[in-house]
Write a new protein. Structure first.
Length: 161
């Protein structure tokens, strides 16, 4: 299920659902993925509730509980406002930035963790971005200078459904 709460030029729920399915197949991720594209206020609320951090973030991932929910990989939430700033600072479209964030979140759903995996997630994200025709990913941005530094604080949060 795809829910877009903020209008994004060049992107609608059907187009985003097609992208999510392409990314899911490319990642060989089992189960469905739900995506919420919302505002920074809602992302702050989610981040505070599930990560105890009282600030908005660009992407959050919520993996399904193994063995409890069948045929569901999990959920990804995206801040359209932060994505718009990131896209502007990096010189690509908001639609592309939303897709980059979704891919990053889906990698977390698949069990990757760029903070502790010795570069496995970064390499996988680079390959998938090329396959899916996407611009620079979140992990690669840390060493790059942009007009306005993108805020990347994606985390995977396990919650019960």
């Amino acid at each position: 299920m795809i829910t877009i709460q903020h209008t994004i030029d060049g992107l609608n729920e059907a187009a985003l659902a097609r992208f999510v399915e392409r990314a899911r197949r490319a990642l060989e991720l089992s189960g469905t993925v739900s995506v919420l594209v919302t505002g920074s206020q809602e992302m702050r609320r989610l981040n505070r509730r599930f990560r105890r951090m009282n600030k908005p973030t660009d992407v959050l991932s919520f993996p399904a509980m193994p063995g409890i929910v069948e045929k569901v990989a999990g959920d990804v939430a995206i801040s359209a406002e932060i994505a718009a700033r990131n896209a502007d600072g990096l010189g690509h479209t908001l639609a592309d930035e939303i897709k980059v964030l979704i891919l990053h979140g889906m990698l977390h759903l698949a069990g990757y963790d760029h903070e502790h995996d010795g570069g496995d997630m970064k390499r996988k994200e680079q390959r998938l971005r090329k396959t899916l025709g996407l611009p620079i990913g979140l992990i690669e941005r840390t060493g790059r200078s942009t007009r306005s530094r993108p805020r990347s604080a994606s985390r995977s949060t396990r919650v019960s459904r």
